[in-house]
Design a protein around this ligand. Sequence first.
Ligand SMILES: [Zn+2]
Length: 276
Amino acid sequence: MFAALTRWRRARVLARSALPDALWHEAFAALPFLAYLHDDERARLRDLVVLFLEAKSIVGAGGHEVTPRQRVIIALQACLLLLNRDLALYDGFENVIVYPGEFRPVRQWEDEDGVVHESDEPLAGEAMPNGPVVLSWPDVEAGADFEASGMNLVIHEFAHKLDMVKGEADGCPPLPPGMSTATWQRVFTTAYAHFCGRVDRGRRTVIDAYAAEHPAEFFAVLSEVFFADPVLLSGQYPAVYAQLAQFYAQDPASRIGAPRVAASRDVAGSDAGAGG
Ligand SMILES: [Zn+2]
């Protein structure tokens, strides 16, 4: 889809589907953590949003009607992840489905003894390999204020999508040229063990404890923090921050004047600010 977009077609889409200024500014203003973006980054992000909205269907389900503002708010955050990467990484799916609240997909699975189990746990969001991204609108909205909610659902689910480019999410997405899988695994394994240790001991963590569920969740949750509160992540897990800065080809903490993170640091952060 995006991979097939020639320069000519891309220019045509951008010319034809101009996003109204008022709508763009309204959506952008709804996401205060984006204030750190430079003017040229905002302009490129806007082009990506136009291309994303042209290529993907963002549709309501469960009685939810998706407004133009909601579409842009979702697309904006999805595209932020790929601001300096290739939008073709989202080629594996077509649809984003938005519910008016948490949804309960019915799941069946068989255990080793052949017993079939069923669950309908409520979810705020979901991404499946080659499937749609599913979002609960109130949870998208809550994530706009990261300082208050400590989460960002859209970044979380689209980070899973990048992890799923090669299949099931495992916390190690396909890395861009120049990055080392061995380094990625060493850095993330160390940080994950450190984080899980804190959660297991019942210590309060400034990063959402849900990150301890699975290495794939750790990658998705830390991607949220990377974009929405980069200074927090670079302080807590500097080596992870450096890996994500290479992966996303962005250094958001430096945009807000934090000290640059040394890419060679390979120890897990102390989580010292977490207290308790
Ligand atoms: Zn997740």
